[in-house]
Every structure is written in structure tokens, then in C-alpha cells.
Design a protein around this ligand. Structure first.
Ligand SMILES: [Zn+2]
Ligand SMILES: [Zn+2]
Length: 311
């Protein structure tokens, strides 16, 4: 262990690295904006190897969650973040792989002891979904209030709906902006950009190659983009015999890995993270294959997202 005396310090004889440690103790660790991929598998089908879409941004120790796929509460806890810190939820669009556990996350955080308010932001019918979810679970909520002396949940939950891109919210940690992206037949569908004191992070949501997304991501540090591996689509279709229009949906409303690179290059981002992988958890599509495809038109850093990976 290096012991730094006051004399060393004043005389400037301390090694630069140690100086940096001493001058900036835990401050950097706490203030650095964290990006944690909670779930990286695209689509509503539960998968053995990967969890459903959810991405956590933590700015100044405050979590901002984008999307609530199946299992999000479990993934949140697995990332070693307290559910009592749940504060802001952003839904990109109302597909079940992005909203299936929206209500469950809030309910389970409340059952864990959450007493502070939760703001949820996203497209319609977010207000109706919130109301109906609380109604659906009224028995459990009422029983816990009576049995366990909990404060009512409903007054804590504040859904905010919007149909257009633009400024979403701003607080002391972050400024959040959205644009409309192309994800037929789901409309509106949004991408979000988070600007904090030290980082800019963009989450694509689900979209075909989108010029709006390019504009939103301009100069960002990190773009988390949904990604599809085209040659694997026919294999996916063979597993979904009851979805006759699925192939057309996938081609019209998602982005091939190679095009993710095109978007990242056009936007001039530093790092491209591939997530919402389709197929997700398919070991026949290797990291190298994803990276090679995305790097064809993008010279920056490409990361293949994994559940609970921190970037
Ligand atoms: Zn999706
Ligand atoms: Zn979708």
C-alpha cells in the first residue's frame, strides 16, 4: 500500500496515478453515469439464455430504466441495484417484450418497501395500462396495506403519455429527449437520448433504419441499437408456425446488424452497443459475426450486448 505523506503531497513527489486517486476519491465512481444492460434478447418469446429488453442508466446514483421486458425486476436485483431506488421508467413502445413487466416492476418494488414516487413516461395507452394494472392487482395491494401496514401504491405512480418526439423530462441529473422511430405497425414508437453531466447515451427502441434516430444520436458517446441477424430469420420462423406475417414484420420494422453500423457512422457516435438481439441467445450467431457485420460501415467500437453487462 502506498502511504502518501503531507510532505510528499506538498512537494509534488507523488506519482501521478496516486495523485489522481487521492484527489478524486470515490467522487468519480459515484458521479460517472453507468449503463447496465438488464436484458438483451429481442422479441416476446421467453428465452433460456437471455432476458427480455430492459436497459438501466444510473446518473448520480439515480436509476433511469428504459423498457420493462419479462423478468426486469429480477434482472434489476441481479445488477445489485436496490429496487427502493426505482424512480423513472421510460417505455419505448407498447410491444409486450418492452412492457410485459412494467406494472410488475412497480408492484414488486412496492412490495420490497418502495415509498417514493415513480414516474413512467411513454406512448399511449400508458395511463390506461397503469390504471388497469393497479385494478388487476387490487386484492394483493389491499391485503398488503392491511396486513403489513404499507402506504397505498396508487398515489406513488405517475404515468405521463405522449405522442410526439421532443423534450421528455429534465431533472438535476439528466435531460431526456425522444424521437419517433419506424416500427410498424406500432405507432408511436420512440427512441430516447439521455444527456448527463459526463455522458450521452441513446437507446434506439425497436426500429427499422431511422433518420430520426441518426439525428437524435448525433455525436453521442454510446448508441444502444436493436440488431437483427438476417440469415437466422428463417430459423426463427420455423419456431413460430402461428405467425404468418412475422417475416414481413421483422424485415419492415427492425434493423439488420450491418445497418446498425450505418446508423452509428451517420450519427458519429463513439460506441455502438448491439442489443435487443434477434435471435437472442443463439450461440450459432457468434459475437464475431455480429461485430463484423456492424463494423462493415462503422469504424468505432462495437460491443455485443450481454445481460447484466455494464458499459
Ligand atoms: Zn422488441
Ligand atoms: Zn417492438
Amino acid at each position: 500500500m502506498t502511504v502518501v505523506t503531507r510532505r510528499d503531497w506538498l512537494m509534488g513527489t507523488v506519482a501521478a496515478s496516486v495523485t489522481a486517486m487521492v484527489r478524486r476519491p470515490a467522487y468519480d465512481l459515484q458521479s460517472r453515469t453507468r449503463l447496465i444492460l438488464l436484458g438483451t434478447g429481442g422479441g416476446p418469446t421467453p428465452k433460456k439464455a437471455v432476458s427480455a429488453p430492459a436497459t438501466l442508466i444510473i446518473a448520480n446514483d439515480t436509476p433511469y430504466l428504459v423498457d420493462c421486458g419479462d423478468g426486469v425486476a429480477r434482472q434489476w436485483v441481479s445488477a445489485d441495484v436496490s429496487l427502493l431506488k426505482l424512480r423513472h421508467i421510460f417505455i419505448t413502445h407498447q410491444h409486450s417484450d418492452h412492457n410485459a413487466d412494467y406494472g410488475n416492476l412497480i408492484l414488486l418494488a412496492w412490495a420490497t418497501g418502495l415509498v417514493t414516487s415513480v414516474d413512467a413516461w411513454g406512448p399511449p395507452p400508458l395511463v390506461k395500462m397503469t390504471k388497469l394494472f393497479l385494478e388487476l392487482n387490487e386484492y394483493d395491494i389491499r391485503t398488503r396495506i392491511k396486513d403489513e401496514g404499507r402506504a397505498p401504491l396508487e398515489p406513488l405512480v405517475h404515468p405521463h403519455e405522449f405522442n410526439r418526439g421532443g423534450a421528455v423530462m429534465r431533472d438535476e441529473n439528466v435531460r431526456v429527449t425522444s424521437v419517433l422511430v419506424d416500427h410498424p405497425l406500432v405507432s408511436p414508437a420512440f427512441a430516447y437520448r439521455f444527456d448527463t453531466a459526463d455522458r450521452s447515451i441513446v437507446i434506439s427502441g425497436d426500429t427499422a433504419r431511422s433518420d430520426n434516430l441518426v439525428a437524435l444520436a448525433r455525436g453521442a458517446d454510446v448508441l444502444v441499437h436493436e440488431a437483427m441477424w438476417l440469415p437466422a430469420i428463417d430459423r426463427i420462423l420455423a419456431r413460430n408456425p402461428n405467425a404468418s406475417r412475422l417475416k414481413k414484420h421483422l424485415l419492415d420494422s427492425h434493423t439488420a446488424a450491418e445497418d446498425c453500423g450505418r446508423v452509428a457512422a451517420a450519427a458519429g457516435v463513439k460506441t455502438l452497443v448491439l442489443s435487443h438481439l434477434v435471435p437472442g441467445g443463439d450461440s450459432s450467431v457468434t459475437d464475431e459475426m455480429w461485430i463484423n457485420a456492424a463494423s462493415r460501415h462503422f469504424s468505432g467500437r462495437v460491443i455485443v450486448g450481454k445481460d447484466l453487462m455494464e458499459i
